[in-house]
Design a protein around this ligand. Structure first.
Ligand code: GDD
Ligand code: MN
Length: 367
């Protein structure tokens, strides 16, 4: 006679880590205590921590088959780490939590049950609803920043969830798999991204907890994370029309305008050069610097080198010239149709830049 073991629910805990060596063993121990009723596994997704967190995890994993380590090399990013961790699992429920012990593991069973028995798709560990709090986990400055960001995010997601900035949540894995391709791998705000992508089709609820203070290691939340957050909100609220590349491209355009005016101002005093010649040289310099900066910033992941760089530059001149022609054509036409000069000028410039962006993104950097 063989006896079948009692059916237990399978759960995957996904823990992104970067330099958390001192915390992982404690976390595994705590998970074991709180998840006794489940068939659980924990997947640490480590971005090649310099303190060898991945090695600590693998040492534990060698003895405990419930523990796995996904070591990523040459990459950084909290959201991307979470996405890959969830996608590497096969349990019906995945939970994302920090590896620094700031998230209270004792609410895990409540979160999991809300998915398994109450038919929710996402359950958020929340610091703001009654009973939950920021505890000693946040400096005053961070708490203010977090409140500001939450208010901003609420304008976009509605008031369904109080703590949309949380990095602590459970998700039904098949729902996540269906939207995985649309989730940004940049930045910190993966939950917000899931909520905005899934929209009203998601059933969401919350469980409150107290955010603990960090004992070991340091927070990785920085200006870059803040910037990624703003870009994510813009991209999601404009359905992707305004994205990170476009923002960089326009910023570079403004720098280019500065270069153009600066060079023009210098050359105009040179007696051998008339205005048209000076402006031609200034424009070429501006286009060249725009190309160079776009190639190393906006399209750094598709950077052109050597011959491809020269060919790309040639294309870029052509595209920008056509952009300039349409800019001048449209603004002159508007002006002659009794528009205000500045309205005509702005519309011309916008149409010229959008042309430059759209065409160069395809012809120069997308081949
Ligand atoms: N793999 C990987 N790659 N993990 C990372 C990275 C990264 O680039 N950056 C941070 N982590 C890990 C940390 O090691 C930690 O386990 C977890 O992600 C959270 O990072 P912290 O640096 O501790 O973030 P925090 O405490 O400042 O921010 C927390 O609160 C925010 C609320 O405003 C996090 O829970 C955020 O997700 C949350 O949004
Ligand atoms: Mn933390």
């Amino acid at each position: 006679m063989t006896s079948t073991p009692p059916a237990t629910s399978r759960v995957s805990i996904v823990v992104p880590t970067f330099n958390e060596a001192a915390n992982v063993a404690i976390l595994v121990q705590k998970l074991g205590e709180t998840l006794q009723a489940y068939d659980w596994e924990v997947i640490f997704v480590d971005d090649d921590s310099t303190d060898l967190t991945w090695k600590c995890v693998k040492d534990i994993a060698a003895r405990d088959p419930r523990v796995r380590c996904l070591r990523r090399v040459g990459r950084r990013g909290l959201a991307g780490a979470c996405v890959e961790g969830i996608l590497s699992s096969s349990a019906p429920v995945a939970v994302v939590m920090d590896g620094d012990l700031q998230h209270d593991e004792s609410i895990l069973p409540a979160m999991i049950e809300k998915i398994l028995r109450e038919n929710n798709d996402v359950v958020v560990g929340s610091r703001y609803i009654e009973g939950g709090s920021n505890g000693a986990g946040f400096s005053r400055r961070r708490a203010a920043m977090s409140r500001f960001a939450t208010t901003l995010a609420h304008r976009i997601t509605g008031d369904q969830v109080s703590d949309v900035m949380s990095g602590f949540f459970a998700v039904r894995r098949d729902r996540f798999e269906a939207m995985a391709g649309q989730i940004s791998t940049a930045g910190f705000k993966i939950l917000l991204d899931i909520l905005m992508t899934g929209g009203a089709t998601l059933r969401v609820s919350e469980v409150e907890y107290t955010f603990r203070a960090r004992e070991d290691g340091a927070s990785k939340f920085d200006l870059k994370a803040m910037w990624d957050f703003v870009v994510l909100l813009l991209a999601k609220s404009t359905r992707g029309i305004i994205n990170e590349r476009l923002i960089y491209f326009l910023m570079v355009g403004v720098i280019g305008l500065g270069v153009n005016l600066f060079v023009l101002r210098l050359l105009i005093d040179v007696p051998q050069l008339d205005f048209a010649k000076s402006q031609t040289i200034a424009t070429f310099l501006a286009m060249t610097s725009n190309f160079y900066i776009n190639n190393s910033l906006t399209y750094r992941d598709k950077k052109l080198k050597g011959f491809a760089f020269m060919r790309g530059l040639g294309f870029f001149y052509l595209i920008c010239s056509a952009g300039a022609v349409s800019n001048i054509g449209i603004s002159s036409w508007m002006f002659s149709n009794h528009q205000q000069w500045w309205v005509a000028g702005i519309v011309g410039a916008i149409i010229g830049s959008v042309w430059n962006y759209a065409v160069s993104s395809i012809l120069v950097w997308n081949r």
